[in-house]
Each structure stands twice: as C-alpha cells, then as structure tokens.
Ligand binder design. Structure first.
Ligand SMILES: Cc1cc2nc3c(=O)[nH]c(=O)nc-3n(C[C@H](O)[C@H](O)[C@H](O)COP(=O)(O)OP(=O)(O)OC[C@H]3O[C@@H](n4cnc5c(N)ncnc54)[C@H](O)[C@@H]3O)c2cc1C
Length: 279
C-alpha cells in the first residue's frame, strides 16, 4: 500500500492527479481502517492522509451561513456553541453516534463521503438543505448534498476532488419543528435499521413547509419529495393514510439484510411519518 502525507490541498491535488490506480483519503480512519483490516483495500492501492490539512478544519460563522470543515469530528460538532445555537437538531440527535470514543475521531466529511445508506448525519443534513464545497485541481465547486449520491456508496466526486466543507444556511431551521429517530438494535453503538429526519412548520393548521429524509431505506439516504409534496398545504385531518402509504412505496425500496427485513423497515418508516404528523 502506498501512503501519502500532503501538507496542504495544493499538494494533495497534485498527488491525487498523478495516481493511476485506486486511492482513498484517510481522515479519522474509522471506516477506512476497517476496510484495510478486511483486505477490501488492495496492496497496490494508495492512501492519502488528510487529517492534518488545516484547510479542512474549523467551524466558521459567516453572515448567512455556517461552514463546517470536513475534518470536523462528531465531538467538535456536538460541543460547538454555533451548532447548538443554529442547528440544535444536529447536536440533540447525534449524541448516540457510534460511541464517545469514536466521536472524537470520526469526521463529518468521512461520514458523508463514505456514503453508507446508514450514515447518521446524512438525513439530518439533507433536511437542512446542506451544500458541499468540493475542492479539486481546477478550483472549488459547490453542490447540494441532495443529489451528491449516484448509487450505493457512489457519489459524483471527480478524480482528485475532496469534500472541503459543508455549508448550512443559518435560517435553515428558522424556528421550525424538528424530528429525528434512529431505530437500531440498541441505543448506542448501533447501526440504523431505519432513520428519519424531518423539519416542518404549520400555519392555520396546515403543513406550510415540510422536509423529510430517510436513511437505511434505499442505496443511499435520500429526501422524500413525493411524500413532502403530498403533505404540503394539508391539514393533518386531510391526510389519507392509504394514499400516504402508496406514495411512500414509490420513494423507499428497503432491502432485507442481517440487520432487518424490508417489510419491517417500510412499516417503521411509515409509522415515523405518522408520528410526525400525529395521525
Ligand atoms: C465501531 C464503529 C461504530 C460506528 N458507528 C457509526 C454510527 O453509529 N453511525 C454512523 O453513521 N457511522 C458509524 N460508523 C462509521 C464511521 O465511524 C463514520 O462513517 C465516520 O464518520 C467516518 O469518518 P472517518 O473520518 O473515520 O472516515 P475515514 O475512515 O477516514 O474515511 C471514510 C471514507 O471517506 C472518504 N473521505 C474521508 N474524508 C473525505 C473528504 N473530506 N472528502 C472526500 N472523501 C473523504 C475516504 O476516502 C473513505 O473512503 C462506525 C464505525 C465503527 C468502526
């Protein structure tokens, strides 16, 4: 295995550009080291160590946005006063991410880039309409997290590109109601069987705004635009449960695996949506 230790992003891009074979970034290493141990990463593959790159660190407040460096660890996020002030939905619901020890090492960028359908932070960032700043040899580009994934653990990072930071508008919540539930086999050190994040606002008893995102129910965590559209501008009493179930079936296609089966996953997701709209 070849190991590279760039000192800054410029050096990283020139290294990644020259690599012919497969390469992986090593941030906190909590996913990568498991893959190395299980020989899912080959002897000829390349590891680029990124954990010391200052350009990827820090939580910064700008006029309209909060910018989270991709190397932000879960501990840093949970302790950040800025995050608690603007996005309590994150700090309140990520307390049970992995374990306190893992939280000190695992990074937000690694959770997003690894792109597991079970990744805890992705549904939460999806309902906050988070954007990603990607850095590559030709400069930076900004993309929506919603749309970043193209398949199971696949995303549209180009060769040599890296997630530099995550951007969330300070008004993403704006006093809205929030909901997040991760359903697993136990409370801590558990991988989600189903997860659901939501933010919504009511006006004159009608749902004025609603954003829903589900994890562990498709090849990658995703927003549920058809369900959102169906619920929008309805009174809770106007929601037809049969119709809701039909629409949800178009958006989530759970699989059965070691952790759970598809019928259970679907039913729990439906129940969580019903819990949010209190019917
Ligand atoms: C015991 C255990 C428990 C866990 N529990 C949970 C849990 O409860 N919830 C959960 O969601 N996950 C969990 N995980 C998975 C893991 O901890 C997270 O996905 C973590 O956030 C990965 O971050 P990292 O910095 O360790 O990534 P790394 O292992 O360093 O990298 C992971 C992948 O992301 C890529 N990558 C890393 N940073 C970047 C970047 N800035 N730009 C582009 N690509 C990048 C790497 O190339 C690699 O493919 C657990 C893992 C273990 C071992």
């Amino acid at each position: 295995m070849n190991f590279f230790n760039p000192k800054n992003l410029k050096e990283l891009h020139s290294i990644a550009d020259k690599i012919d074979g497969k390469y992986y970034y090593l941030a906190g290493g909590t996913d990568i080291n498991v893959q190395i141990k299980h020989e899912m990463i080959g002897k000829d593959d390349n590891i680029i160590y990124i954990n010391e790159l200052s350009e990827l660190k820090g939580i910064i407040e700008e006029e309209d946005e909060i910018i989270l460096g991709s190397l932000t660890t879960f501990t840093q996020l949970l302790k950040s006063e800025l995050m608690q002030k603007y996005f309590p939905i994150l700090a309140e619901n990520l307390q049970n991410f992995a374990s306190p020890l893992l939280q000190t090492t695992a990074t937000i960028g690694g959770n997003i880039a690894n792109g597991s359908p079970t990744a805890d932070i992705i549904p939460l960032l999806l309902v906050l309409d988070a954007k990603l700043i990607l850095s590559g040899a030709n400069g930076e580009r900004t993309v929506m997290l919603n749309g970043f994934y193209t398949g199971y653990k696949k995303n549209f990072l180009a060769k040599g590109e890296i997630i530099k930071s995550i951007v969330i508008n300070k008004n993403a919540l704006n006093g809205a109601n929030t909901f997040y539930k991760k359903v697993g086999a136990r409370k801590t050190l558990t991988i989600a069987k189903v997860s659901l994040a939501a933010i919504w606002e009511m006006e004159n008893s009608k749902i004025k705004r609603i954003c829903l995102a589900a994890g562990s129910l498709n090849e990658y965590a995703r927003r549920l635009p058809l369900v959102e559209q169906y619920l929008l501008n309805k009174k809770k009493t106007e929601v037809d449960l049969k119709k809701l179930e039909e629409i949800l079936k178009q958006e989530v296609t759970p699989i059965s695996d070691l952790r759970s089966d598809r019928e259970y996953r679907f039913q729990v997701c439906l129940n969580l949506i019903k819990e949010i709209i209190e019917i």
